[in-house]
Structures are given as structure tokens and as C-alpha cells.
Design a protein around this ligand. Structure first.
Ligand code: SME
Length: 154
């Protein structure tokens, strides 16, 4: 698993690459489980507009639900969601991929907002889940990353 020290850089790099390559990723960031307070996600590195949702209790919003269930949430139309935390009126859809350790505990999650309705398909989910797995084994293969990002999105 990645350590605190390399954390910021790796996560920030991933945000920047995703933001650069995928035109319908309009807010790309990480929430990480708080190490001090149990059951709370804390905003990590991100690219996009600042958000007021800096701390999210597990269970609340799409992010909180993904952490609670340890499942990827693909929401093609956020206006249909009741348990949703809005960051910006421009956001129409969202995908959240939890980063779950082998022992079942949640490390954090990848959260992406889009200004487009229903932009996500299996490729987005598959690729983001691949990234989540890479983060858990400490090593991010950047060459693979760029190759796969091109295959997935271009
Ligand atoms: N929309 C999220 C909150 C975080 S922002 O998208 C950055 C949610 O419902 O959990």
C-alpha cells in the first residue's frame, strides 16, 4: 500500500492525468478514510473546483455509500438521487470507486463528477477499478497507465 509520503504525489498525478485525458471528467479527486476519526472520509488531492464537502461521514452521499458498501457507484443522473451531496449545480453525473484493501478495510476512493448526463460506461469503471488496485500494491505503472488511458478513452 502506498505510504503517506508518496501518497500526495501519486494521487495528485492520477487526478491530473485523468483530468487531462478525459473531457467528461470535470472534477477528479480522492477521498481518504480519516485515520483519526473512524467512519469519516476526508478530501484528498483533487483537480477541479473547490468543494465544501471536505469531510463526509460513511453512508452519506454517493461517496459515503460507496465507502459503506465497498462497491462502485455509477450515477448517470444525480438529479434522481436522494442520498446525494451536491458540490456544484453544473454536475450531472458521478462515479465513485472505493479502494478496498485485501483485509476488507477501505483505504479511500476515487470520485469523479461530470457535467454531462450519462457519460460513463464499463470502460470508465474497469479502468478506475484497475487504478484502485494499483494503489493498493504501492506501485503505479505510469507507462501502462498512459497506454490504458488512451485505449480506454481515445
Ligand atoms: N457528490 C458527492 C460529494 C463529493 S463531490 O462530488 C466532490 C456525494 O454525493 O457523495
Amino acid at each position: 500500500e502506498i505510504t503517506k509520503l508518496d501518497n500526495e504525489n501519486i494521487l495528485q498525478n492520477i487526478c491530473e492525468l485523468l483530468d487531462k485525458y478525459v473531457p467528461y471528467y470535470n472534477w477528479t479527486g480522492f477521498y481518504l478514510m480519516d485515520e483519526k476519526e473512524e467512519g469519516v472520509l476526508v478530501l484528498g488531492p483533487y483537480v477541479g473546483e473547490p468543494t465544501e464537502h471536505v469531510r463526509i461521514p460513511v453512508g452519506r452521499g454517493i461517496c459515503g455509500q460507496a465507502a459503506a458498501t465497498k462497491l462502485t457507484f455509477v450515477v448517470q443522473d444525480v438529479s434522481l438521487e436522494t442520498n446525494y451531496l451536491s458540490c456544484s449545480p453544473h454536475v450531472k453525473s458521478e462515479i465513485v470507486v472505493p479502494i478496498v484493501r485485501n483485509d476488507g478495510s477501505v483505504f479511500g476512493e476515487i470520485d469523479i463528477d461530470s457535467h454531462f448526463k450519462a457519460p460513463f460506461d464499463e470502460r470508465d469503471q474497469e479502468f478506475l477499478e484497475w487504478i484502485a488496485k494499483q494503489l493498493l500494491v504501492r506501485v503505479v505503472h505510469w507507462k501502462d497507465f498512459e497506454r490504458r488511458i488512451k485505449i480506454a478513452y481515445l
